[in-house]
Write a protein that binds this ligand. Structure first.
Ligand code: CA
Length: 364
């Protein structure tokens, strides 16, 4: 771990030579922390990418400012230090102290990690926050990452995403047959079983693939990020809702040895800062989505449409099969999935009489 002694420590030692406790201010009895930390943080995002990448830049900036410079984090974009999808391994090994990405990227290595980002038709932003911070989710997450020497924190959320950009109309489940769509993760698996062809493309290739007809459709995030990618210029139909990612939570992972080397006040600062980034990012997306949607609605070449309910119910039923299979083959997924779905059921009852009822009433 890269550390350096706080330069002020020397001055303090010189000035308080008679003090019995070298790390204390003997005049007040208050402990003056003397150690500072310089960490590296690798991410899956392009450098300073709007929303996702800026969230971790903001985290580093807040930690620096709030710690008075005692915890400095140098953020690396995907590929700058390690490839975008090797963040988990780099932090686990201790190559770097911190990483920022989405836990569903660890599918195949830690399948159960998917429950902490997004599950199709699963918890939304507010519900995921509630589960992680109050409903026992964080303890399950920490337990899952313990063998990898990692400490995870929820750090960002995109809110509910959009279904995506389509150059084919989706009027029934039959229209999913042969649909070639960029859609990663569990959502892609659902599309495959519905008869479509999910493809994985790096962000940089999505626009051209859609424009040239190499793919029929793509999901990305929502209006805010989609417009900045130019996707509105490459497809006619913009479908909602984003059943595949109802509130994608991002993660900040810390190497456990690095975490334990932090004094308690800096640990508390990391926890508080990650929570603040989650709230802040959701606010940024809500604001950005509303602004970009105005631009989309004003464009005569775009139709914003809901998926037919028949299609959504079909996708939901396939999701249930896939998640059941995942839980049957992996004990960690069974334990975490059971907790997740019990929480979802409880939340459904609550959301029905609160947010859903209110939002329905607001719509005239
Ligand atoms: Ca997405």
């Amino acid at each position: 771990m890269k550390r350096r002694e706080f330069v002020g420590g020397l001055a303090a030692a010189a000035g308080l030579a008679g003090c019995a406790k070298p790390q204390s201010d003997c005049t007040t009895g208050v402990n003056v922390p003397t150690e500072s930390f310089e960490w590296s943080c690798v991410t899956s995002w392009p450098p300073r990418f709007p929303g996702l990448g800026m969230a971790v830049e903001n985290l580093a900036e807040r930690l620096d400012r709030a710690s008075g410079g005692r915890l400095k984090i140098k953020v690396y974009g995907g590929g700058e230090l390690v490839p975008p999808f090797e963040v988990f391994d780099a932090v686990s090994r201790g190559t770097v102290e911190m990483g920022h990405d989405a836990s569903y990227y660890h599918k195949g290595k830690v399948d159960a990690a998917q429950f902490f980002t997004a599950i199709p038709f699963g918890l939304n932003y507010m519900e995921l926050n509630a589960w992680i911070h109050y409903g026992g989710g964080h303890a399950l997450w920490r337990e899952l990452y313990e063998p990898f020497n990692l400490v995870p924190f929820l750090c960002g959320n995109t809110g509910v995403q959009m279904g995506g950009w389509f150059n084919k109309e989706i009027n029934s489940v039959d229209d999913l047959q042969g649909l070639k769509m960029r859609i990663p993760g569990l959502g892609g698996e659902v599309l495959r079983r519905a008869g479509g062809t999910p493809v994985t493309l790096p962000g940089s290739e999505i626009f051209t693939s859609l424009q040239t007809g190499a793919i029929d459709a793509t999901e990305w995030v929502g209006p805010y990020n989609d417009v900045s990618f130019g996707l509105h210029k490459a497809a006619r139909y913009y479908y909602y809702p984003g059943w595949q990612e109802p509130g994608a939570g991002l993660e900040c992972m810390i190497n456990k040895d690095a975490w334990e080397s932090l004094p308690e006040d800096l640990q508390a600062l990391v926890e508080i800062s990650c929570q603040s980034i989650t709230v802040d990012m959701a606010a940024e997306y809500t604001n950005g989505n509303a602004n970009s949607l105005q631009q989309i609605l004003a464009d005569p070449n775009i139709e914003v449409r809901p998926f037919p309910n028949e299609v959504l119910q079909h996708l939901k039923s396939i999701t249930a099969d896939i998640v059941s299979e995942l839980m049957a083959k992996d004990p960690a997924s069974e334990k975490i999935g059971k907790a997740f779905y019990e929480y979802l059921e409880k939340m459904e009852a609550n959301t029905n009489i609160s947010e859903r009822a209110y939002l329905n009433s607001r719509q005239s």
